[in-house]
Design a protein around this ligand. Structure first.
Ligand code: LMR
Length: 328
């Protein structure tokens, strides 16, 4: 209870002390939409800023803007392209206005677990996908993982037909819309910062997200329960403007990229544990988490898997096959 209370207070007042940069320092602004701690993205941004600000003090200065307080994910890519922020890590589901390639990661039941995701993203095809935003002057510096996603609603969901007729919030993703419609439900695209209020007011009946988002943004409080569907991936690419990165003095760029890579490895290594802890916190707070029996899970797969066919041509059959192969 006290943990929940403490977090509640933190959420109620997202204002926090922002580090002041000194004259002459390269300023690195990282804008994101989640809380600053207890979430794989918040933790990564914070750990990176801590190292940059201590090891590069006097030469570089990193400011983190959590909670969509600077930009939401729809706006952050524009800000990055314009060079108004230097780092952003939007969910890959939100990049469809720029590319169809990341739709791969949205295909429901594509990856069996996070080990398969790690194997695929480390492969040649996975690494090539980091570059797809280069046409927009943006470099993909690496993948950051949150976890697989789960459904929640204001009524119990055990099989997909339980969601028929309900309205679910989705990210800005046509794959997600198709997936929800396959359940006989309707989808509403909403920015992350709108989700809690929309669930609370009944503008939408349900949502689907990672344990870390469901816990740290408290969606569980305004839902009947969470159903552990593991149906889709939530992952990010950390992007930087190419022109900005290349404008850095070579030794400064090297130092930054070394710190960046080391911190990313560390953040990804702890993401699974963070996810599990956040799931447990929901259970400990007395909220319902529903696990699926194999035959129930199979119903979700059978309903959602046909969605792949709608996007196969855009994504490419070979790429899908390479991702599927990472499951074995
Ligand atoms: C969402 O909008 O649900 C997520 O993309 C938020 C996030 O960045 O994890």
């Amino acid at each position: 209870i006290s943990i929940i209370f403490a977090l509640g207070v933190a959420f109620a007042s997202p204002a926090f002390a922002q580090i002041e940069c000194k004259l002459g320092e390269v300023v690195i602004k990282f804008s994101h939409v989640v809380p600053p701690r207890g979430h794989p993205k918040g933790d990564f941004a914070r750990m990176l800023a801590e190292r940059v600000n201590s090891e590069m003090n006097g030469r570089a200065c990193m400011q983190v803007f959590p909670f969509s307080q600077l930009y939401d994910d729809e706006k952050v890519m524009e800000a990055l392209i314009l060079g108004d922020v230097q780092l952003a890590a939007p969910s890959l589901s939100k990049l469809e206005v720029y590319t169809n390639k990341y739709r791969l990661f949205d295909l429901p039941f594509l990856f069996e677990d996070m080990d398969a995701v790690q194997r695929f993203t480390a492969s040649e095809q996975g690494q090539e996908l980091l570059d797809v935003m280069s046409d927009f002057g943006v470099v993909g510096l690496g993948y950051l993982f949150d976890g697989l996603k789960h459904f929640s609603a204001d009524k119990p969901l055990l099989v997909p037909s339980d969601g028929a007729g309900l309205k679910f919030r989705v990210q800005n993703s046509d794959v997600a819309v198709a997936m929800i419609e396959a359940m006989g439900a309707s989808a509403q695209k909403l920015a992350f910062k709108e989700v809690y209020g929309a669930l609370q007011l009944g503008v939408v009946d349900g949502q689907e997200n990672s344990w870390s988002n469901i816990f740290t943004s408290r969606f569980y409080e305004v839902q009947n329960g969470i159903t552990e569907t593991n149906h889709q991936l939530l992952a990010y690419v950390v992007f930087a403007p190419k022109e900005w990165l290349e404008s850095l003095e070579p030794d400064l760029q090297d130092q930054f990229l070394t710190i960046f890579r080391e911190t990313l490895v560390k953040a990804n290594a702890q993401a699974a544990q963070t996810s599990e802890e956040n799931r447990q916190r929901i259970v400990d707070a007395g909220y319902t988490v529903r696990e699926l029996a194999p035959e129930q899970r199979q119903q979700w797969v059978d309903v959602m898997r046909p969605v792949w066919g709608d996007f196969e041509d855009q994504i490419g059959k070979d790429l899908i096959a390479a991702a599927v192969a990472a499951n074995t």
